[in-house]
Design a protein around this ligand. Structure first.
Ligand code: PEP
Ligand code: MN
Length: 368
């Protein structure tokens, strides 16, 4: 189902300076000097629209730095007055909302640990009822699109029209290169479900380390995201939270200069011709893929019939091991990544099992 929002387009938002809509600032406000110095340097980058800083920090373990609290809101107000940047912070309950609004904060975001909880999101929505402020909803820490959409809908119900989503990746049990898994298919599906909702990528919390920020930012731009939220600190090594992923304003400038912004639509007719032809070829191959999968399922069904007649279980793990080993080698020699081979063949294998199950339980012969 598609969700319809009364949302205003991001290019009409106050402070919008062009794509990417850029939000930057430290993970946490630590001292007045750190906030002012970072903001002054960021204000010199023409791309930055909003200065961010966490005031109340959700930390995984107790006894970590938990933010400076309301005191920091005064520093953000000073940033706004002295640099002209809009300012934003994270809110995790109704008290945070009231405090932030009292200090004229322009943008509020709901963190990943909050958007998982419909009670809290509803409490925040109630506190925002009738208020005109920008609100961004981060994805929940688990890859649950419905929960993310639910949180967005709750905030929309408060009458917020400058509403957007932040993609900050999803936590996983396995150790991966990035701190949080991007699972790009989720924001892509979010765009399909709510086409008018601006989506901002947060490469900092996906990456967890400075070295990956550029590649993630570039990918977000290539996927036509509307903006970026990138953490920046005047002295990342001494940051009290998320030290490994923050960039100096200078390094942010350098990252931005290397970003290639491509247009979502081609306007040159010659280019459109070429693209049209290539897309037709893609359609032909997609049809082939479906035909081949269908043929594979027919064979799986025949095998299912034999298994049924001879009372053999559907799943024979040694055979599956053999298949996955073989396709891994062949697939990689064709330049496909391990992850993609694994995902495709797991899905095909599951579909074969489903087809065989149907035969085992209903019997194709009986249906005839
Ligand atoms: C943050 O933006 O500093 C933050 C705490 O983010 P998240 O909710 O994505 O972890
Ligand atoms: Mn952070």
């Amino acid at each position: 189902m598609e969700t319809k929002l009364k949302n205003s387009m991001i290019n009409e938002w106050r402070g919008f300076k062009g794509r990417p809509f850029l939000i930057s600032g430290p993970c946490s406000a630590e001292t007045e000097e750190q906030v002012m110095e970072t903001a002054t340097q960021l204000a010199q980058l023409s791309e930055v629209s909003v200065f961010r800083a966490g005031i109340w920090k959700p930390r995984t373990r107790p006894n970590s730095f938990e933010g400076v609290g309301t005191e920091g809101l005064k520093w953000l107000r000073r940033v706004k007055q002295e640099t002209g940047l809009l300012v934003g912070t994270e809110v995790a309950n109704e008290k945070h909302v009231y405090e932030a609004l009292k200090y004229g904060i322009d943008m509020l975001w709901i963190g990943a640990r909050t958007s998982v909880n419909p009670f809290t999101v509803q409490e925040i929505s109630d506190a925002l009822n009738g208020v005109d402020v920008m609100v961004l909803v981060k994805n929940p820490i688990n890859p649950d699109l419905e929960l993310w959409i639910g949180a967005i809908e709750r905030i929309a119900k408060a009458g917020i029209t400058r509403l957007g989503a932040i993609h900050r990746g999803f936590s996983a049990f396995e150790k991966t290169t990035y701190r949080n898994q991007p699972n790009w298919q989720l924001p892509i599906e979010l765009r399909r479900r709510i086409p008018d909702l601006p989506i901002i990528c947060d490469p900092s919390h996906i990456a967890g380390a400075r070295e990956y920020l550029h590649e993630i930012s570039q990918k977000a731009m290539d996927l036509n995201f509307d903006g970026l939220m990138i953490e920046s600190h005047i002295n990342p090594a001494r940051a009290l939270s998320d030290s490994a992923q923050q960039l100096t304003p200078n390094d942010l400038k350098e990252l931005l200069s290397r970003l290639i912004l491509r247009s979502p639509v081609a306007s040159d007719p010659k280019l459109l011709d070429v693209l049209g032809e290539l897309r037709q070829q893609i359609d032909v191959f997609d049809d082939h893929i479906l035909d081949i999968i269908e043929q594979r399922m027919r064979i799986a069904e025949t095998i299912g019939k034999y298994k049924k007649e001879n009372n053999i279980t559907i799943l024979q793990s040694t055979r599956w091991d053999e298949i996955i080993k073989k396709v891994m080698i062949r697939g990689q020699s064709k330049g496909l990544s391990k992850e993609v081979i694994d995902a495709i063949f797991k899905a095909i294998h599951q579909e074969s099992i489903n087809h065989q199950m149907k035969i085992m339980n209903n019997g194709i012969d009986k249906e005839k």
